[in-house]
Design a protein around this ligand. Structure first.
Ligand SMILES: C[S@@+](CC[C@H](N)C(=O)[O-])C[C@H]1O[C@@H](n2cnc3c(N)ncnc32)[C@H](O)[C@@H]1O
Length: 223
């Protein structure tokens, strides 16, 4: 099958159901002008995150990996009036670009951007007894995905939805001998989830304007 069809269909869907307004297209443009890589979720994936948020009535959202704020803007737009997002970004330049894009989208009051390594900030959120999050989106560096998942479980409650992006990596997860640390990181996560009794999880393959990949969709069990 001609894989260009996936991009064409993605554009068809997003033109109907996930059109970008100026704040979102400005954000995508800012990645090029500011020298950031085009690693944001697609428009359809942004809309998918919104649908998931509304389905689980999310008022508090945690995101790991902000980049230029594109997914953060989609997420924030699905929050209720009293909703809040904490988003964590290690790169100060990315964070600066994201702040500008978030301001441009008039969403600053709803978004707390924390700068630092997620592995340093997550234990602080836990120690501070942060109120549990309703939805958590993991989209930072891939090698510590298992550690991120285990930390965020401590910031969750039964029913919290946890979504982890880029866990199929164009099918490279099938290579048991892979030495790519990103592939190794998501393989570790996917295998850990197969044994984890705290969540009910699956992986959705994703195709479209982004490379062929997949997202973990996990919900914390009511024990
Ligand atoms: C795939 S991009 C995030 C894309 C963003 N969620 C979106 O869809 O618009 C990954 C981001 O994670 C950040 N990152 C990498 N390692 C990190 C770490 N240890 N802690 C926090 N953020 C990290 C990168 O700097 C990059 O901006």
């Amino acid at each position: 099958m001609d894989i260009e069809i996936f991009s064409k269909i993605d554009n068809y869907i997003s033109s109907l159901l996930a059109p970008e307004d100026k704040a979102l297209s400005d954000t995508i443009r800012s990645l090029d002008t500011e020298g950031l890589t085009q690693h944001s979720v697609s428009a359809n994936q942004g809309k998918f995150l919104q649908v998931m948020m509304i389905a689980c009535n999310a008022r508090r959202v945690l995101e790991l990996g902000t980049l230029g704020g594109y997914s953060t803007i989609w997420l924030a737009r699905a929050l209720p009036e009293n909703g809040k997002i904490i988003t964590i970004e290690v790169d100060e330049h990315h964070a600066k670009v994201a702040r500008k894009n978030i301001e441009n989208a008039h969403l600053s009051p709803k978004i707390e951007l924390k700068i630092g390594k997620a592995l340093d900030i997550l234990p602080v959120l836990i120690a501070d007894k942060e109120e549990p999050f309703d939805m958590i989106f993991i989209d930072a560096d891939k090698p510590p995905y298992v550690e991120y998942f285990n930390y965020v479980l401590e910031l969750a409650r039964p029913g919290t939805l946890i979504i982890c992006d880029n866990v199929i990596r164009e099918g490279k997860v099938l290579d048991e001998n892979s030495t790519d640390e990103k592939v190794r990181g998501v393989q570790r996560l996917n295998e850990m989830l197969s044994q984890n009794k705290k969540v009910t999880a699956t992986i959705l393959q994703t195709v479209g304007v982004k490379e062929f990949d997949g997202m973990v969709i996990a919900v914390v069990n009511r024990i």
